[in-house]
Each structure stands twice: as structure tokens, then as C-alpha cells.
Design a protein around this ligand. Structure first.
Ligand SMILES: *Cc1c(COP(=O)(O)O)cnc(C)c1O
Length: 397
């Protein structure tokens, strides 16, 4: 169906940070399939694990024990400090599981109509419950009636959450992205997470961190919450978890860990042997190749260079991000830059109309980052020139 405004290019092959189209033109991947291919494309060890597992056993069913799924759950628990894991196939499904956990948790406490605090500019997915939790009219428009049970507040505003706590006895949880991805690479203040934890503890709410995009090493830690000393109760994951093999997970700890019982939730494909093997290999490679350290180094380099070239420039609002989740907010709509970069063989993204977004593979090398900047910087500079002198540009054209 006509669900995507696709760019006019199709890739037929990939290796590392590079993709090729059928004409043999090479593209530097600054998007990693929207934060999915952290290991880049065709990583030999990931491919070998997939080949091996595909030739052994792809799918059985959650009717039976799945040793690889258990191993993956153990690994995820070990690196996150969480306790239990539910496996699914995507980010929205991981969030659906979180929303269902919050509602079970509420009902168990005797709350008749449990509600979840969600944020402006949030993105949690495209299913009915997750698009209702999403803070974007564009995502919701046309799909009313929305799912009820969400209370929206501005992002990075603890007082707004406190006000909800004072006035709304039905709230049982907060669902938030620590770094908003689709919403424009919005970052929160250092005290935000600790403040949310405090409010949740004081009111007996679950703290649910959507790390679908920020997780799996992208910000320089396994999970963005690990930059602070605060732990969530529930954490949905997906995107980078299988390096392109569809897998999602909802992790839980403490009061949220034991809520699901046999029959309360499920998934046909979730955590099957193939995707579990893919995710296990992904975790191993991230660790072995020290990709989280690399994400910090390369991310700092790219952001630093963008700041060096553009900080204070007319038309540039802010350059921000963490690790390899990078955003550059401009004053004006800049969607045209995506096609211009594509023509020059570099894949970037523009989100919320005026934020240039980079989500490179975690394996990106310094030389590749330099190449990416060598294309992007002049394009943005020319764009800003056109914006600040539209009449002169029109005349010379
Ligand atoms: C991409 C994304 C989702 C949705 O994931 P899908 O796999 O597309 O369903 C949910 N939350 C966040 C933060 C995301 O970035």
C-alpha cells in the first residue's frame, strides 16, 4: 500500500557502512536503516550466525521451550539489570507489551481505569495504542477514536508530571523516550530521569523507558538510562536488537516483572530461534568490537565538527544528541537536503521537517565520518546561504 514517500533508490548489496544500488553507485549509510543496523551491513559474524541458525532451526513456537530465547533473555537481563523479558517482533509491539503491563499493574492496585503519562513529541509506534501514546497529530490524524488512558505533558518538564500526580489518581505509569528520536532528537536535562524516578516512586507508578531507538549501544551505553544511576521498571527494545532481523523485547523489573501469566500476552514469532540467534550475535559483536566506545568517539567527532562549522550560524537552532544519535535543528524546513545528499551518495534523514538526523552504524570509522561530513557540511552551508539570501539566490538562478 501507499504508506511511504520513498526515495527513488533501491539498494542491492551492503558491506559495513556502505550500500550499493543496481547501477553500482556506492552510498555511505548515515542512517543504518533507522538505527537498526548498528553492525553495518553483512557483518561476517552476524551473517555466519544467521546462516548457521537458518540451516539448523528457524521457528518452533512459544508452545515449546526455546533455549536460544532463554539465553538471549539472560544476556539482556545481565546487561540491563532488568529481570524478565517478553519477546515480540517490533518496537510498537514492545510498547504494546509495556502498555499492557501498566494496565495490569493498575488493575492489580484497584485502579479502575488506569492511565499512563506520555510526552509531547513522543513516538512509540503505529498500532492503535502506540499511536495514541505518540505525541504527533500527524501520526494520529484520521485514526480516531484513539485509545484512551493516556495523559500528555511536555517533554523534559518535571513540574508538569508532578501536577498530574497531584490531580489524577488514575495514573499508574510514565512512558517516555529519554532521547526522543522521531520527535527531533530531543534530549532532556540531567535531572529529568532522576526526577521521574522520584515521582514514580512517590506515587507508586511504573517508570517505562522506550529505548527502541536509543538502546543497543547507540548512545555509548547499552541503554540511554545507563548514563545515569537510575533504573526503569519497564523497557521496550527493538530496532538495533537483531541488526535487521525483526525482533523486539519488553524488559521488566520489580513489580512489573511478574505481572504476565500464561495466557495474558503472546506472539507467534516472538523470540524464535532465528531472531534470537541474530540478537545474541549482535550483542556479542557490540561487546567484542567495543562499538559503544566507538559510538561515543565517532558521535562526539561528528557533533563536534557540526558545531565547529555551524554553531551560531544564521538559520541553525541547535546541534544536539548523544553518541550516534545526532540532530541538527534548522530554522526552516530542510527536507530537500535528503535528496541532495542521496545524489552525492550519502544517506541522511530529516525528521519533524527541520531537524537533520544522523543515525550511522555503530561501526562507523573516523575516515567514513569524515567522508560523511565532507558531503553534508557543504550541502548544509549552501542551504543556509540560500535561506539567508533567497532573493540573491533567485536572481543568480
Ligand atoms: C521506531 C520506534 C518505535 C516503533 O518501532 P516499530 O518497530 O516501527 O514498530 C517505537 N518507539 C521508538 C522510540 C522508536 O524509535
Amino acid at each position: 500500500m501507499n504508506t511511504y514517500a520513498r526515495l527513488p533508490v533501491a539498494f542491492v548489496r551492503g558491506e559495513g557502512c556502505w550500500l550499493w544500488d543496481a547501477q553500482g553507485k556506492r552510498y555511505l549509510d548515515g542512517m543504518a536503516g533507522v538505527a537498526v543496523c548498528g553492525l553495518g551491513h553483512a557483518h561476517p559474524k552476524h551473517v555466519a550466525a544467521l546462516r548457521e541458525q537458518a540451516g539448523t532451526l528457524i521457528h518452533t513456537s512459544n508452545l515449546y521451550e526455546i533455549a536460544l530465547q532463554e539465553r538471549l533473555a539472560d544476556r539482556l537481563a545481565a546487561i540491563s539489570g532488568m529481570e524478565n523479558v517478553f519477546f515480540c517482533n517490533s518496537g510498537c509491539e514492545a510498547n504494546e507489551a509495556a502498555i499492557k503491563l501498566a494496565r495490569l499493574f493498575g488493575h492489580k492496585k484497584g485502579v479502575e481505569s488506569p492511565a499512563i503519562v506520555v510526552m509531547e513529541k513522543a513516538f512509540h509506534g503505529r498500532t492503535m495504542a502506540t499511536l495514541s501514546a505518540t505525541g504527533s497529530r500527524k501520526v494520529q490524524a484520521g485514526f480516531e477514536p484513539l485509545v484512551s488512558g493516556f495523559v500528555r505533558v511536555p517533554f523534559d518538564d518535571l513540574d508538569a508530571v508532578r501536577k498530574v500526580a497531584e490531580n489524577n489518581r488514575s495514573v499508574v505509569a510514565v512512558l517516555v523516550e529519554l532521547l526522543q528520536g522521531e520527535g527531533g532528537v530531543n534530549i532532556c536535562g540531567d535531572e529529568y530521569l532522576a526526577g521521574l524516578r522520584e515521582i514514580c516512586d512517590a506515587n507508586g507508578w511504573l517508570l517505562m523507558l522506550d529505548e527502541v531507538q536509543s538502546g543497543m549501544g547507540r548512545t555509548g551505553q547499552w541503554f540511554a538510562f545507563q548514563h545515569s544511576g537510575i533504573k526503569p521498571d519497564v523497557m521496550p527494545l527493538a530496532k538495533g536488537l537483531g541488526n535487521g532481523v525483526p525482533i523486539g523485547a519488553c524488559l521488566a523489573a520489580g513489580p512489573a516483572a511478574q505481572l504476565f501469566k500464561p495466557g495474558s500476552h503472546g506472539s507467534t514469532f516472538g523470540g524464535n530461534p532465528l531472531c534470537s540467534a541474530a540478537a545474541l550475535a549482535t550483542l556479542e559483536i557490540i561487546e567484542e568490537e567495543r562499538l559503544m566506545e566507538n559510538a561515543v568517539q565517532i558521535g562526539d567527532f561528528i557533533r563536534g565538527e557540526l558545531v565547529r562549522h555551524f554553531a551560531g550560524s544564521r538559520g541553525v537552532k541547535e546541534i544536539r544528541g548523544k553518541g550516534l544519535m545526532i540532530g541538527m535543528e534548522l530554522e526552516h524546513s530542510c527536507g530537500e537536503l535528503v535528496q541532495q545528499a542521496l545524489d552525492k551518495g550519502v544517506l541522511i534523514n530529516v525528521t519533524v521537517d527541520n531537524v537533520i538526523r544522523l543515525l550511522p552504524p555503530l561501526i562507523m570509522k573516523r575516515e567514513e565520518a569524515e567522508l560523511l561530513l565532507a558531503t553534508l557540511v557543504p550541502l548544509v552551508a549552501a542551504f543556509l546561504d540560500r535561506q539567508s539570501a533567497p532573493r540573491a539566490a533567485a536572481q543568480s538562478a
